[in-house]
Design a protein. Structure first.
Length: 265
């Protein structure tokens, strides 16, 4: 589906009159990476997953940063309507949600920050540089996301991942345009919302995987302590793609959280 202004493509399930549950994918993802969740929660929510700008059928932004992506999220939410949506942001999607909350602290009914971070390393630091180089270097040397997707996804998952979920993750990553992948990676540079965590005053689930190397569980556990309204859940044996590699565990954690909050239709 497309929004009325034609800027955003998205997938949805459930009754549009139900409360909105909105999913935001990561850098190698797509709206369709959330199909399992759209179906699972579509009986009590209007479940919606966007294609981030530059992904799928969504129009790219002229300049990509976490701030411009957060502004795009606000435009998207305005287009789809709904009152007090629950936002589920994975990886860069969680960063976008954090940035969005700084301007819209009371718009959402609740948020889930899944396998994400409040900051992207130290600006100009060695870890930050090596992270970007490891992902963009092969592309700069002539590789493609189609050829890299199997290896990249294998490095992201944890123990005994669901085979169908891994296949979908590879397919989503292989379909990302290299321009969008490159722009999204560079958008991470300089992201830092650590000082804003204390201002998140809506119900928040901070969700980690014990085998996640990109958003390590100890870092996420510490992150949760700075958010006044946060609960923290760590999924044992899970890597960076929880909703795809361990969909039952991810859905159970999300379901338990959703049962604790009051939703507005």
């Amino acid at each position: 589906m497309k929004t009325k202004d034609g800027r955003f493509a998205y997938e949805a399930a459930g009754d549009p009159n139900l409360p909105a549950l909105v999913f935001l994918h990561g850098i190698g993802g797509a709206a369709r990476a959330w199909r399992g969740q759209l179906d699972t929660f579509g009986d009590r929510y209007c479940t919606i997953a966007w294609d981030m700008p530059g992904y799928g059928g969504s129009v790219p932004l002229a300049a990509v940063s976490i701030a411009t992506l957060a502004d795009a999220l606000q435009d998207f939410l305005h287009q789809i309507g709904g009152t007090k949506p629950v936002l589920v942001g994975h990886s860069i999607g969680g960063m976008i949600v954090q940035q969005w909350l700084t301007k819209n602290p009371r718009v959402a009914g609740a948020v889930v920050l899944a396998q994400t971070s409040p900051a992207f390393g130290k600006p100009g630091g060695c870890w930050q540089k090596s992270f970007i180089d490891a992902r963009l270097g092969p592309l700069d040397r002539g590789a493609t996301l189609v050829s890299l997707a199997p290896t990249l996804v294998n490095e992201l998952v944890g123990d005994d991942p669901d085979a169908n979920g891994v296949a979908l993750a590879r397919d989503c990553m292989a379909d990302v345009s290299e321009a969008s992948y490159h722009a999204s990676m560079l958008a991470l540079l300089g992201f830092d919302q650590r000082n804003a965590l204390k201002n998140i005053n809506i119900p928040t689930l901070v969700l980690s995987g014990s085998k996640d190397k990109n958003a390590p569980a100890p870092m996420m556990a510490k992150m949760a302590t700075y958010i006044p309204s946060a609960s923290y859940v760590e999924l044992e044996g899970v890597g960076h793609l929880a909703n795809l590699e361990r969909p039952r565990a991810f859905n159970a954690a999300l379901d338990q959280f959703l049962k604790t909050i009051k939703v507005v239709g």
